[in-house]
Design a protein around this ligand. Structure first.
Ligand code: SAM
Length: 250
């Protein structure tokens, strides 16, 4: 999977591509990261990439010509790539969208805005999709691109190490992930649940299923509206209700 980021601050992205899981994925040649400086495509001697908005108002707007040239240059290397504009006005990014983008084998091109954003004519002609990482406004699209690339790259087979896995992650099945414990067995009067030390795989699976349901119920009940409860989930939740009832009556 090829990730190309068009930005006025490509050095921000370069450092992102040089660390952690992303750099390991690049070393293994499972992913590739490219940065393109939009300023390299300005055509005047001052390297101008922005101008005042028509109609007046504060701030500057990114000019269409350098942006178009930068997008076309990225597309020359990967013609079938999907062009994604980072904007607070786009579709909200989530795990489902991460899976969808990870299945795009052709590559992704991220256009990062700065200032007041980019000229409207780029949205309408060269962008395939607009994505937002949340209902807040940042000064630039680079952090948004990093968020998306990070969550998409870890879904590409082989990018996560053999002992890491994305299968049970939160949001994968519209549930939060179960509680996790590691050594030591006892920490400040709190012990790891016995079942996790039992070696009984079926009991551990059921405990994790219950933990996942409890956490989802307590922290993100809205997720239950997205999928129907399975028969096993219903049984586990019923048992939990009975346990709570017994506690209340005691
Ligand atoms: N004036 C624009 C508006 O109100 O919609 C916001 C422009 S913002 C200051 C500059 C750039 O930051 C945007 O072009 C976009 O690339 C990026 N950006 C800011 N917030 C974002 C968000 N929540 N998600 C994705 N990109 C964002």
């Amino acid at each position: 999977m090829d990730f190309t980021v068009l930005s006025l601050f490509p050095e921000l992205m370069a450092s992102f591509f040089e660390h952690g899981m992303i750099s390991r994925g690049i070393e293994k040649e499972l992913i590739a990261g490219h940065c393109i400086n939009i300023r390299d495509f300005s055509t005047d001697r001052h390297n101008t990439v922005d101008d005042r908005p028509y109609g007046g108002g504060s701030g500057m707007v990114m000019k269409p010509e350098p942006l178009k040239a930068a997008i076309l240059s990225a597309k020359k290397r990967a013609p079938e790539s999907q062009v994604i504009l980072m904007t607070p006005q786009g579709t909200a990014f989530n795990q489902k969208k991460a899976f969808e983008l990870a299945s795009n084998n052709e590559g992704l091109i991220f256009v990062c805005g700065r200032y007041e954003g980019i000229d409207e004519r780029i949205y309408t002609t060269l962008v395939d999709e607009e994505i937002s990482i949340g209902d807040y406004v940042m000064t630039g699209g680079e952090l948004a691109a990093m968020v998306i690339i990070d969550s998409v790259a870890r879904l590409i087979p082989g990018v996560l190490g053999s002992c890491e896995s994305s299968k049970s992650d939160s949001f994968v099945d519209d549930r939060l992930e179960y509680a996790q414990y590691t050594r030591p067995e006892a920490f400040e009067n709190s012990k790891v649940p016995d079942v996790l030390l039992s070696g009984n795989h079926e009991k551990i699976r059921l405990w994790r299923e219950k933990s996942s349901l409890q956490r989802t119920f307590l922290k993100r009940p809205d997720l239950f509206e997205k999928t129907v409860l399975s028969a096993e989930e219903k049984t586990i939740l019923m048992q939990w209700c009975q346990e709570i009832e017994a506690l209340v009556r005691a």
